[in-house]
Write a new protein. Structure first.
Length: 345
């Protein structure tokens, strides 16, 4: 029988309760032994819902337990650095929600700590485009489109469109960090394995509603994160990758388009992967071979990582650092209105 992995939860938000916790509990040889939330009362509610034996009001008490081998840090990004660093210091393996941190300095420190301890550290990847990611990478490696000239990642949501609405939770820089607007980091997690790291970026952002109520009926505060952002990334190989995102767009279509010398790929968030080459009349659906189909297996991957059954996760801390570096470069470019060279010092 496989070694039992005993897991503690720090921060049981909506995504953790909807997906991560049920999937962890469904795995053989996994026990979720403790949960710490914002308050003891909220931890007790989660514990009762999922049959977790030890609800705690203090996350540090969870890290002090000898019956916890690994922790899931399910909080918002502002708390990741503190919780992950303490968990690694306590000798616990770590699965951390994305985004990794609210600054490049924090992300680099977390990676250094994980490397120094030798413990297993992994990030929860986004589910966006998961079903086709590996096949698109295969097609690009096989030069289906030839040399890539341009790629575009589009993300549109109407979440910020009502100027009289209070601050949306994803607009709160205190929770997510000013460098993490919209789904920019999520899209870069998808694009980076296909195209690598940029040599420089140029970014533009706009805040259409500069002040909002902090909460319904609450005081007005400044909105520190843009409602819309465009980032142009020049890649080392000559391709240009552009992310175009808006939180004030009705009926937008989320997708990634890849244009090369020999053909085109269109990757919708939902629906068929489309492709076409020079001699084709139009784009047509491409079937994803079974061996390239992606599916959600994050919890199983983390447990296998902890057990030593695999050496590297799909999304490790180094990849998280490179993601945050891209986000911080884009933020600096918006602030300074210029190209920003990478890697950052």
């Amino acid at each position: 029988m496989a070694e039992t992995v005993r897991i503690g939860i720090i921060g049981a938000g909506g995504f953790t309760r909807r997906r991560l916790l049920p999937n962890l509990l469904a795995l053989d040889g996994v026990e979720v032994v403790a949960v710490a939330n914002r308050s003891l009362a909220s931890a007790e509610r989660v514990a009762a819902e999922f049959g977790i034996p030890h609800p705690l009001g203090d996350w540090r008490a969870l890290l002090a337990r000898d019956d916890v081998d690994a922790v899931l840090v399910g909080t918002e990004p502002y708390f990741h650095h503190e919780a992950v660093t303490a968990a690694l210091d306590a000798g616990k393996h770590v699965l951390c929600q994305t985004r990794m941190a609210v600054s490049l300095a924090e992300a680099r420190a977390m990676h250094r700590k994980a490397e120094a301890t030798g413990l297993k550290a992994m990030l929860v990847p986004s589910a966006s485009f998961m079903g086709v990611r590996r096949y698109v990478k295969h097609l690009l490696d096989q030069e289906y489109v030839g040399a890539v000239r341009q790629a575009f990642g589009y993300y549109f949501t109407p979440s910020y469109i009502e100027s009289g609405a209070p601050l949306h939770r994803r607009q709160d820089h205190r929770a997510f960090g000013v460098i993490n607007p919209l789904h920019l980091g999520i899209y870069w997690d998808v694009l980076r394995p296909w195209f690598g790291d940029p040599r420089r970026v140029l970014a533009w952002g706009a805040t259409f509603t500069p002040r909002r109520a902090e909460e319904p009926g609450g005081a007005q505060i400044d909105v520190e994160m843009p409602d819309a952002v465009t980032v142009v990334a020049e890649m080392a190989g000559g391709a240009v990758v552009t992310c175009i995102q808006s939180g004030a767009a009705l009926f937008g279509q989320d997708r990634i388009e890849i244009y090369g010398e020999e053909g085109t790929l269109v990757v919708p968030l939902r629906g068929d992967l489309l492709g076409g080459r020079k001699d084709d009349d139009a784009l047509a659906p491409l079937d994803v071979p079974a061996e390239y189909e992606g599916s959600w297996a994050v919890e199983e991957e983390f447990v296998r990582l902890v057990r030593g059954e695999i050496d590297e996760p799909e999304l490790g801390f180094y990849a998280g650092v490179k993601n945050i570096e891209f986000l911080e470069a884009a933020h600096r470019s918006m602030a300074e209105e210029c190209w920003i060279d990478l890697p950052l010092p």
